[in-house]
Design a protein around this ligand. Structure first.
Ligand SMILES: Cc1ncc(COP(=O)(O)O)c(C=O)c1O
Length: 410
């Protein structure tokens, strides 16, 4: 109970006023409230695979428990996991990474946070192309840095261009964040696009690049998703490559991510881990090693299912007047331009002035839940996930069409 006039103890640090609750948790609360009131909900908000973790991965975890692999490990992972990661990175980038160039953490998210904690001093700038994953700006700000959001245009596939990068660089720029495939747009940077960005980076040797490739296995292209380190090997010493098992192997709850990059940064992250979480879960490490080293059929099968759902969602959204969905090249989200619906009125006469109003209108009138573009630094849009079955996606499309038909434009 809060007593009037008495401040809650302990008083929260000032930094807590800079950080927002993640929009997905906020939306999850709304969904729970709707369900509790007995109203049907069609959540297109899911940010994780709806598949179960592959059996051989679960078996490896159970075997690890039975073998007594239940103790602290080195902060940067067991030798088995380290070697599985290094082999995977070499397959992907064509370059070997030494043992000191690997970091392991409780999810890609933790590693990104620790990379910023280890490197940012007050006022250091981090270029974050928008639309961006919701967490980057808050992570930068929490660690004393200044997120510099750079809006990317629809006609370049919402991707950062060399011109935009050049214009955003200052003396304080420390990092560029490059997320490919991108959450929320599904954009994949081609080799040529990466080479053009590398050309700009060559002129700025003090800028490091955080490449978040967590969705790289969920790829609808004919070629593997290209990596900056393969395209521009001379930048390798300043690229921090982040990945994990969450999305590719449906292992979000196991909390295991990995990264590769400069030895000094990996050592700093290891020190931070040793003083905070000690190490990632030993059982999850055994599971992740089995996922990375083992049979990869799971990825092929699930990507085929995602590809079918992608078509259902993209074609369904494209058929609705006022929506312009972008066909994603990777990941499991469809980014949709809904700017033409902003300014409309609901049948009750309320004006839709923001994409958050629009998302609320969808929820109220048809139970469909999407995440408003504002959360990704790009208003006038929304993100819809296809990490759910096609039948539910079809129902959600019908719901969106019904909600939009209720809007009045004069
Ligand atoms: C772009 C991006 N990076 C990182 C993560 C975090 O992944 P992990 O589960 O490995 O922490 C997510 C999760 O949604 C993501 O979308």
């Amino acid at each position: 109970m809060t007593v009037p006039g008495i401040r809650p103890q302990p008083e929260l640090a000032e930094r807590m006023s800079w950080v927002k609750e993640s929009p997905s948790s906020r939306v999850a609360d709304r969904v729970r409230a709707f369900r509790a009131a007995g109203k049907p909900v069609l959540p297109l908000t899911i940010g994780e695979p709806d598949f179960d973790t592959p059996e051989h991965v679960k078996d490896a975890a159970i075997a690890a428990i039975r073998a007594g692999e239940t103790k602290y490990t080195s902060a940067n992972g067991t030798p088995a996991l380290q070697s599985a990661i290094r082999a995977r990175l070499e397959r992907k980038t064509g370059r070997p990474y030494g043992p000191g160039e690997i970091a392991v953490g409780g999810g890609a998210k933790q590693l990104i946070f620790l990379a910023f904690l280890a490197t940012l001093d007050a006022g250091d700038e981090v270029i974050v192309p928008a639309p961006h994953w919701v967490s980057y700006p808050d992570m930068v700000a929490l660690n004393g840095g200044r997120p510099v959001l750079v809006p990317a245009a629809a006609d370049t596939g919402y991707k950062l261009t060399p011109e935009l990068l050049r214009a955003a660089v200052t003396d304080r720029t420390k990092w560029l964040v490059l997320n490919t495939p991108n959450n929320p747009t599904g954009a994949v940077y081609s080799k040529a696009e990466l080479a053009a960005l590398a050309e700009v980076l060559r002129g700025h040797p003090r800028i490091s690049v955080l490449c978040d490739e967590i969705y790289d296995e969920i790829n609808f292209g004919a070629e593997p998703v290209p990596s900056l380190v393969s395209v521009a090997p001379e930048l390798r010493e300043r690229v921090f490559l982040v990945n994990g098992v969450s999305k590719a192997y449906a292992m979000t709850g196991w909390r295991l991510g990995y990264a590769a990059g400069p030895a000094a940064l990996c050592a700093a992250i290891s020190t931070l881990q040793s003083q905070s979480s000690s190490c990632p879960s030993s059982v999850s490490q055994a599971a992740a090693a089995a996922a990375l080293d083992g049979d990869q059929t799971f990825i092929r099968e699930t990507v085929a299912v995602y590809a079918e759902r992608r078509e259902v969602l993209v074609s369904g959204l494209a058929a609705i007047d006022g929506l312009r969905p972008v066909r994603p090249d990777g990941g499991f989200y469809v980014w949709t331009d809904a700017a033409r619906l902003i300014g409309a009125r609901t049948s009750g006469g309320t004006r839709i002035t923001t994409d958050a109003d629009l998302a609320e209108h969808f929820l109220e009138t048809s139970g469909v839940v999407v995440i408003a573009g504002d959360s990704y630094g790009c208003p006038g849009h929304f993100r819809a996930s296809f990490a759910l079955d096609s039948e539910t996606i079809r129902k959600a499309i019908a719901g969106l069409a019904a909600s939009i038909s209720k809007l009045r434009f004069r």
